[in-house]
Design a protein around this ligand. Structure first.
Ligand SMILES: [Zn+2]
Length: 175
């Protein structure tokens, strides 16, 4: 008959609340580790299922069970899952790096951002430099072309034609 009650509870919750709570297995990981009875309205049970005991062990080691309970009670139910995730993340960072914890990760990422920004600025400066070189090269090519022998310049040929050959063309007509 217990499974029937659980189903009814889950059905009612899904129709009245946007977030359907997981079917809570008893005792939760927290209560099992704390060796206490997991009450029906255990605040830790939805976030520390017995299938994932490591989550509670890590958070408990850094924050302590009473602080975790206090933090969760101060939050809305919709905020608690994220709070547990961040507490577990922060606690594992603290265990991994006892000196800097999460701040060590932030500092490491900040250094990466700074290095990448410096690389980006360098690459952008190289692009500007190459664009200037290209412009200089193009103007050099144009100058060279303008100073090359006359037969290579179409404008010069036209000028020669109009100035020197006009008489030769017209003369036979008047002869
Ligand atoms: Zn519990």
């Amino acid at each position: 008959m217990e499974s029937c009650d659980t189903n009814t509870l889950a059905y009612n919750s899904s129709s009245s609340l946007p977030v359907t709570p997981q079917v809570v297995l008893s005792p939760c990981a927290a209560c099992k580790i704390l060796r206490r009875r997991c009450a029906e309205k255990c605040v830790l049970a939805p976030y520390f299922p017995p299938t994932e005991p490591a989550k509670f062990i890590i958070a408990h080691r850094v924050f302590g069970a009473s602080n975790i309970i206090k933090f969760l009670q101060e939050l809305q139910e919709s905020e608690r899952a994220d709070a547990v995730s961040s507490m577990v993340y922060e606690a594992s960072a603290r265990i991994r790096d006892p000196i800097y914890g999460c701040a060590g990760t932030i500092c490491h990422l900040q250094n990466q951002v700074n290095e990448l920004e410096a690389q980006l600025a360098k690459a952008q400066a190289e692009i500007v430099n190459m664009q200037v070189q290209q412009t200089n090269l193009m103007s050099l090519i144009c100058t060279e072309a303008a100073q090359s022998p006359q037969e290579l310049s179409p404008q010069q040929s036209v000028d020669n034609f109009s100035e020197d050959n006009t008489m030769l063309l017209w003369e036979p007509l008047w002869a």
